[in-house]
Unconditional design. Structure first.
Ligand code: ATP
Length: 238
């Protein structure tokens, strides 16, 4: 079966800064992929460029059989590819429900949107309870849930999560990883950037270790866990 996402010779530049320097990878339907690496390795640049938030300098991205290399972000969510970006980025002065509604932007199928509301509120009852509150009044963990819930509103087939557990209390971190497994059970394919390497290796099927904009090791999470490169990448990193 063809992979859901296929990325070839992928480069991302910011002026003279070469953040991503020629990576190749595939994600198959139903997988959970971990993207690991120290600060500045190029993980967020990869995620952001896959969904068109920063330009792809060169290379090719095929999603669900279509070349989406230079697609605008608003065309990708309706196609089934959505990013929950690093840093929560919820709109603090909009209500929880308004934030969620923004996640359904560009989705025309009213039945699909109704199903997305049901799904999101049943996954996150607290967001239903607080739907009329300003998102800025939620706790850090709840804002992270809202960021993921907003990404789910478009009904993604492939959900990219950039540092979903960053800055959260250990109990909430566990909930985030339980959610990742639950979403996979519901048929969502996931690629997760994580600084919590132990948890990422526990839930993911395969992983890629990035350094200097390239992949230095890839393999099953079992293989990665035993790789010297993984251990040295995180020495001295927080
Ligand atoms: P972190 O976990 O710190 O976000 P990362 O692995 O996600 O790290 P990126 O944020 O993708 O790494 O950064 C890769 C490189 O690109 C770094 O050298 C970073 O300084 C640089 N970079 C990232 N964003 C920009 C930008 N908007 N302008 C210029 N350089 C950038």
């Amino acid at each position: 079966m063809a992979p859901l996402l296929s990325v070839q010779s992928f480069h991302v530049h910011y002026g003279p800064v070469q953040a991503v320097r020629g990576i190749d990878f595939e994600i198959r339907e139903g997988e959970i992929i971990a993207l690991l690496g120290a600060n500045g390795a190029g993980k967020s640049s990869t995620m952001n460029a896959l969904v068109g938030l920063v330009p792809v300098a060169s290379g090719k991205v095929v999603f669900d059989g279509r070349d989406i290399t230079h697609n605008a972000p608003e065309t990708l969510a309706p196609a089934g590819l959505t990013l929950s970006p690093e840093g929560r980025r919820v709109f603090g002065t909009l209500s929880v429900a308004e934030n969620l509604m923004m996640g359904a932007y560009g989705i025309r199928d009213k039945t699909a949107i109704a199903a997305a509301w049901d799904r999101v509120y049943s996954l996150f009852p607290i967001l239903h309870e607080r739907r009329d509150q300003f998102a800025g009044t939620l706790s850090g963990g709840q804002q992270q849930m809202l960021a993921v819930a907003r990404a789910l509103m478009s009904g993604p087939r492939l959900l990219l999560l950039d540092e979903p557990s960053l800055g959260l209390a250990p109990k909430i971190v566990e909930q985030v990883f339980e959610l990742i497994l639950l979403l996979r059970d519901q048929g969502v394919t996931l690629a997760v950037v994580e600084q919590n390497v132990a948890m990422a290796l526990e839930v993911a099927d395969r992983g890629y270790l990035m350094a200097g904009g390239q992949f230095v090791v890839s393999g099953t999470t079992g293989e990665l866990a035993h790789s010297d490169a993984l251990h040295s990448a995180y020495l001295g990193a927080d």
